[in-house]
Design a protein around this ligand. Structure first.
Ligand code: HPA
Length: 272
């Protein structure tokens, strides 16, 4: 299969080009954030299964699994509605596909969103965190094997992985539209799919994590290796290791915060 580098087949990039959209910003929507893809104007939807380069897995409940091109708040975007996780029997490299696809399509920025458990005891379900840093605790990296045909160095700096300028824009936009967000937080990315034990949550707290989840970190690492600016948000859907924690609880909290997240994102995009 001919690729354009980055492990993205030429035919997938051609489909983006044929759409007539030149996306500047890519958004990856985590559990419960899918509503944002419905806001895309003049949308062109490509189910993931129609793209040759997507990792091959069964969809997880709550993930729509489609790439949506179009305009959001006047900005040409590509929206990844649904993402990939290592617990789906995938490698870190596989799950970094949205970042590689976004770079191949010419995007300059990647916005990652996720549902996460609150590790910091001051956090409550419904809180939106502007990510300031991350911990990759999966024991794997999307850059293992780089440089391959992609070129470039795998020894990428992860300082300021979440772009300080974009974070400033996001904070100001949140203030202007009146959406309360926590201005910083550290995301710990674990393999899952089991939720954490109380002992593991205590460990994460001592390590300095504020939220925990099973995604995002590989997309961010790959995006930085490809020179994309990254902005990240976590929605706290539950207290980590909380009583009665279930996937349904996580999805429900996502639905409840959908309005705020949509307003926030629509305010950030034109300012970025
Ligand atoms: N742990 C890990 N991943 C998650 C959680 C959690 O508590 N909530 C949502 N995603």
């Amino acid at each position: 299969m001919a690729t354009v580098g980055l492990g993205v087949p030429e035919q997938d990039v051609a489909r983006v080009r044929e759409s007539g959209v030149s996306p500047r910003i890519a958004l990856v929507l985590g559990s419960g954030f899918a509503g944002l893809s419905a806001m895309v104007e003049t949308p062109q939807v490509i189910p993931y299964c129609e793209l040759a380069g997507t990792p091959r897995v069964d969809a997880v409940a709550g993930h729509a699994g489609a790439l949506v091109f179009g305009t959001l708040a006047g900005i040409q975007v590509m929206v990844f509605s649904g993402r990939f996780h290592q617990y789906q029997c995938l490698t870190a490299y596989d799950v970094s596909w949205p970042a590689r696809m976004a770079a191949s399509a010419g995007c300059a920025d990647l916005v990652v969103t996720n549902a996460a458990g609150g590790v910091n005891e001051s956090l409550a379900p419904g809180d939106i965190i502007l990510l300031s840093d991350q911990m990759n605790l999966t024991g794997d990296s999307p850059l293992i094997g780089w440089p391959g045909p992609e070129g470039g160095t795998p020894f990428v700096s992860m300082r300021d992985a979440f772009d300080p300028e974009l974070r400033g824009i996001a904070l100001r936009a949140a203030g202007e539209v009146g959406v309360a967000i926590k201005p910083e937080g550290v995301y710990a990315g674990l393999l899952g799919p089991a939720y954490e034990t109380p002992a593991e949550v205590e460990m994460l707290r001592r390590l300095g994590a504020d939220v925990v989840g099973m995604s995002t970190v590989h997309e961010v690492i790959a995006a930085r290796a490809l020179g994309l600016r990254v902005l990240g948000f976590s929605l706290v859907t539950n207290v980590a290791a909380g009583v009665g924690l279930s996937h349904e609880e996580v999805l429900e909290a996502g639905r409840a915060a959908a309005d705020d997240l949509t307003r926030l994102m629509l305010a950030i995009l034109p300012r970025s």
